[in-house]
Design a protein around this ligand. Structure first.
Ligand code: RIB
Length: 341
């Protein structure tokens, strides 16, 4: 079993230098750093991060909890967070809660046990009680995408209400006044705010609200398909539909085609997220874009800064900033799934 001494001999440096390169606990020149990294590669050395973590109190790992890895939105967010975490010298442990709060709680316990240095958290619900174990251990947390009230954490969201408002205003400007809404799961804040925006746009345009045209899905493809079938069975079907995410919009596409109708000739569809797949549909999906890259970069930066203050020496020299609540803006992406009537 290759150990740190073998690496030191191979690189012709001290074991202390090897430890500083691995744990980034002190400056080491590029020349020595490269010699150590070359020796580690040649010897296929895997540092025992838990042991080093016990010494330095840091494992250089971040826990990331997301609700549904099969949804490209979360896959994209995870990939960008992993990229940015790696750039800061952190490994990211990805946990998929499957929208299951018990699974979410178990994962948080696992991440605490593995001594991650911080957690990035996209909730399966909207309450913070599952975070209590992590907060109890004073673990830095950044909450993303789904709002959680009364939690000691930095929070990064998008302005979901204005996104829903912009999507619906766009359809109204195209002449639609019979507009359906495929809502997301109600306990999750983004969905509730997008529907608020939808309703506000109708109200501002003096279009009467027909609650039979607002039907909740669960953010998954199949629920978009089922809800769209229901909307098409309405005695007065909509001429346009706002789906609270792209996965459900694509499910709606399937139902519309199964009913022998065409997009946008017979019915216009607009989504939310701007996942890569939204450019692969036929016709391509008009949608509301979430600033995933900007969100991921900000989230990692906030967490890295918060983790710095876990070091007592930093706390002595600097005043830790208050928790921040940042709301990013969305953008309307016009493609080919909507038309003027
Ligand atoms: O597509 C999944 C949805 O859940 C996204 O819109 C994102 O905002 C998350 O809340």
């Amino acid at each position: 079993m290759v150990n740190i001494k073998d690496v030191a001999e191979r690189a012709d440096v001290s074991t202390t230098t090897v430890s500083h390169v691995i744990n980034q606990t002190r400056y080491v020149s590029d020349e020595l750093t490269n010699r150590v990294k070359k020796a580690m590669e040649e010897l296929d050395y895997r540092p025992n991060t838990l042991a080093s973590g016990l010494r330095s109190g840091k494992t250089k790992t971040i826990g990331l909890i997301i609700p549904d890895i099969s949804n490209q939105f979360f896959a994209e967010v995870s990939r960008k967070i992993e990229d940015n975490g790696f750039d800061h010298g952190y490994s990211v442990i990805l946990c998929n809660s499957d929208d299951d709060r018990n699974k979410e709680k178990n994962y948080i316990d696992v991440l605490v046990a593995k001594q991650v240095d911080g957690i990035i958290f996209i909730s399966a619900g909207e309450e913070s009680k599952n975070l209590s174990k992590a907060l109890e251990f004073d673990l830095p947390i950044v909450v993303v995408d789904r709002d959680i009230r009364n939690v000691n954490a930095d929070i990064v969201l998008v302005d979901n209400k204005s996104g829903g408002l912009n999507a619906t205003q766009y359809l109204i400007e195209l002449g639609h006044n019979r507009i359906g809404c495929i809502a997301g799961p109600s306990p999750v804040t983004p969905s509730a705010m997008r529907v608020e925006g939808f309703k506000q746009a109708l109200q501002e345009a003096k279009i009467p609200l027909d609650s039979s045209l607002i039907i909740p899905g669960d953010y998954r493809f199949s629920s978009g398909e089922q809800v769209m079938h229901s909307l098409l069975m309405n005695p007065s079907p909509p001429t346009a539909v706002f789906a609270s995410n792209d996965m459900m919009a694509m499910g709606a596409f399937k139902a519309i085609h199964e009913n022998g109708l065409k997009i946008p000739e017979d019915i216009s569809v607009i989504g939310f997220d701007n996942i890569p797949l939204s450019q692969a549909t036929y016709p391509t999906l008009t949608t509301i874009s979430q600033p995933i890259q900007e969100m991921a970069k900000l989230v990692v930066n906030l967490l890295v800064e918060r983790m710095r203050f876990q070091d007592q020496r930093v706390k002595l020299l600097e005043e830790e900033p208050d928790f921040r609540r940042v709301v990013l803006q969305t953008e309307l992406i016009i493609r080919n799934s909507c038309r003027e009537i």
